[in-house]
Design a protein around this ligand. Sequence first.
Ligand code: PLP
Length: 289
Amino acid sequence: MPRMSYVNGRYLHHAQAMVHMEDRGYQFSDGIYEVIAFYNRRLLDGALHAKRLWRSLRELQIAGPMSERALALVMQEVIARNDRTDGTLYMQISRGVARRDHPFPKSARPSVVMAVTGPKSPKEKEVREGVSVITAPEQRWARRDIKSVSLLPNVLAKQAATAAGAREAWLVDENGMISEGAVSNNAIVGAKQEIITHPANENIQGGITRDVVLTLARKAGMKVVERPFSLKEALGAKEAFLTSTTSNVLPVVRIDGKPVGNGRPGPVTQKLLGLYHEHIYRETGKRWS
Ligand code: PLP
């Protein structure tokens, strides 16, 4: 079965899936996106992703391209037209195609594209032994809560991590405070086993995985503290981990080459990963061994 994508009402072979050069997503980063995992062809936390997507559209005053129900049906149809049981759905909605001019065009219709890729889960060894992160300067705009396609600072930070052989870059502001990762949220575990993570405000992208993991943790009676933490605090923490749609819950055992805690994944992170796997199973029927 060939790889099929969706572009503005049409299901196309991926190689033919194109938008116009004057699409405002391409010229101005004037658009938003979502990345949603699916297992057994069922979207994981689809309703939460849809809620964030519609909020991002509203924040940027981009008109909804179709009804919420229709958009959900298109997502399912793209998955159905690809030969993958488990994978990742990428969706992008821009303000549309119009002659290049900064103010919003009067008549453009939003462009919608969707593509499916394989699952991007971390390697077994990364989950078992944990991963390294580096730090990089926070250089993003002040509305990081909007899932905008304007990702250049994230790209540069993630590239720095890749070049350094690290899994992720944690973004540190001029006061030494960590906001989140280039492509993930993060958390540390304090002396009393409490999970400390940046509040979901305009300084971070409120990850769906973050939200779900915190809900699961609270339900399991674990203590969660939503407040910013510094690099210094992270280096002295008992454990650290990151969360994202593609990484699930991933232990972080080194920051800039220095060990976190005893340099191995800790019990709080492992418990959260177990709870998250159970959540995936409940939602989609996918079992993790
Ligand atoms: N923060 C940033 C900057 C991201 O790019 C992502 C995911 O791509 C996340 C956090 C995690 O969000 P989610 O859990 O919804 O995948």
